[in-house]
Design a protein around this ligand. Structure first.
Ligand code: BGC
Length: 378
């Protein structure tokens, strides 16, 4: 039986040697967690936490943005590929880039015109996405250094990141403490657990913004990936991607992923500028208890990713705005539809939409959220 030791000296040495030689080290045969220095931001140390589960799955997560920088998963022949977009160096993440792998907040997704009213008080946030507020503003949770603590339990390597977002930061009310724990199980499940508290009522909608390509980003785009989403309805949007408030049936529309469907099958019919999926789905589970969200299958590699969450919605984004201007790990140019995001969350602009489930966290209360990504093959 593999035993969990933290840190594991041999794999750490091998990993460090591998990095020096520029080769991807073979996955350690044991579950464990190692920490590697990755640079500094704002005078604070940034480290990579390398979680391995002994079955080949490796998750690398850094405390800048609580960002997943690498996720290796075996294909049906046991070959590993890194299935998320990102950069080899910290500098890559410090340029303008679309939230690769990061935790976004305080409110992920859009708030119309950056405005909302809470407790009779009007708030104006940064408008950093056309007329709207997106992913927490100019310096959201993705652009700060979080505190990190190893919280491995038995054979399950785990790391907890904590960030205190102060009252007024990016225009939001309340001192808000955000905690996210990543754990990698022996069953190839990467779980993300969020716990948030505040001392003033505030909107909170945190999610991880990983871009997945289960075939390996270097091998082509995601139009051939087969997707199934557990949702009968979605939230249609206006031209600036703000929901109209309607919950519309997916039946008979290009939005219908109730049955496994190739992403490229109806993508051109979706519309939008640029065309593609960038929509929130109303999950059948309704939020609260952990329930199925979506399954992604990549036929060439056989990789499967099952997502479950306690959130009521998921934003399916087909990488429409990737335009070939960014070059990531292994020198891969990130082109349109080169990866997909499935961001488990509350519906966009909920703070202004009384008929959507509320994400307002009351002072003194605790917000919790869990999402599990399970990797397997067919
Ligand atoms: C949004 C997209 C946006 C992307 C990167 C997604 O969550 O829905 O519209 O381009 O994030 O910012």
């Amino acid at each position: 039986m593999p035993t969990m030791r933290t840190p594991l000296p041999m794999p750490a040495l091998l990993a460090a040697a591998g990095l020096l030689l520029g080769v991807v080290p073979a996955a350690p045969a044991e579950a464990g967690l190692t920490k590697l220095p990755f640079g500094t931001v704002d005078g604070k140390e940034v480290d990579l936490y390398v979680l391995t589960n002994g079955n080949g799955v490796v998750a690398k997560i850094m405390n800048y943005g609580a960002t997943i920088t690498e996720l290796d998963a075996p294909d049906r022949n046991g070959n590993l590929d890194d299935v998320v977009l990102g950069f080899d160096t910290l500098a890559g993440y410090l340029q303008k880039e679309p939230y690769f792998g990061a935790v976004v907040g305080r409110v992920g997704n859009r708030i119309a015109k950056g405005r909302f009213t809470l407790g009779g008080k009007a708030y104006q946030l940064a408008t950093n996405d056309g007329p709207n507020h997106l992913h927490g503003g100019n310096k959201g949770f993705d652009k700060v250094v979080w505190d990190a603590r190893v919280v491995s339990d038995g054979k399950v390597p785990a790391v907890e990141f904590t960030y205190l977002s102060r009252d007024g930061e990016e225009g939001y009310p309340g001192n808000c403490t955000v905690r996210v724990t990543y754990a990698l199980s022996g069953a190839n499940e990467l779980s993300l657990n969020y716990v948030v508290t505040t001392d003033k009522d505030t909107p909170v909608n945190v999610t991880n913004h990983s871009y997945f390509n289960l075939g390996g980003p270097e091998k082509g785009g995601i139009l051939g990936h087969v997707l199934q989403i557990d949702a009968e309805r979605y939230t249609p949007v206006d031209s600036t991607l703000i929901p109209t408030g309607e919950l519309r049936a997916v039946a008979g529309t290009p939005m219908d992923f109730r049955q496994p469907t190739r992403i490229g099958e109806h993508l051109r019919e979706v519309g939008g500028n640029p065309t593609g999926y960038d929509h929130n789905y109303v999950l059948n589970g309704g939020g609260g208890a952990l329930a199925p969200v979506a399954t992604v299958y990549e036929p060439n590699s056989g990789r499967v990713m099952d997502i479950a969450s306690t959130e009521p919605g998921v934003q399916f984004y087909s990488g429409n705005f990737l335009d070939g201007t960014l070059t990531g790990k292994k020198g891969v140019v990130y082109r349109q539809y080169g990866a997909l995001a499935l961001e488990t969350q509350h519906f966009p602009d909920s703070v202004n939409q009384p008929n959507f489930p509320s994400y307002v966290l009351k002072a003194g209360r605790t917000y919790t959220s869990e999402t599990v990504l399970k990797f397997s093959t067919r």
